[in-house]
Unconditional design. Structure first.
Length: 144
């Protein structure tokens, strides 16, 4: 009888653990995020989005489409979750509004290129971190 109870508890724990993974993987769907900054991995420096910029956002739909607003442009594309934390973004299109030279243009490019080169994502509390292949992390806060 003790063996049956242990087997039942083990199966119950496995079921709970698998539900938790599904919840994490699907948790990007139907969420809206506010882009708050980047982390540069090569020199371990964090930079916040300048407060004078318009709100830069990222929305994940439940149909694997993403919508983003950068400093000057709108970005649309597809996203794919490829495991526990793998993220692939493709078919990105963007408007080509001229941002001017300097800081707005730099942030616009960082945001677009970061999304285009996304490799993984991590959720902790109300923070989303998107890791990229270009050695920066995009940092977001859940938008209310």
């Amino acid at each position: 009888m003790k063996i049956i109870r242990k087997i039942f508890i083990f199966i119950f724990i496995l079921v709970l653990a698998s539900c938790k993974k599904d919840e994490i993987i699907s948790s990007l769907a139907s969420t809206n995020w506010l882009f708050i900054g980047i982390h540069k991995n090569d020199n371990n420096v964090d930079e916040k989005v300048p407060s004078e910029f318009r709100e830069m956002t990222l929305e994940f739909t439940d149909t694997n489409i993403l919508y983003a607003l950068s400093v000057c442009n709108s970005i649309n594309g597809k996203y794919h979750l490829l495991g526990n934390d793998s993220l692939k973004v493709d078919d990105l299109i963007t408007t080509l509004v001229y941002c001017g030279d300097g800081n707005p243009h730099t942030w616009d490019e960082l945001y677009y290129n970061g999304l285009r080169n996304a490799t993984n994502y991590f959720l902790k509390d109300n923070t989303l971190t998107i890791k990229t292949s270009i050695n920066i992390d995009l940092i977001f806060k859940l938008k209310n």
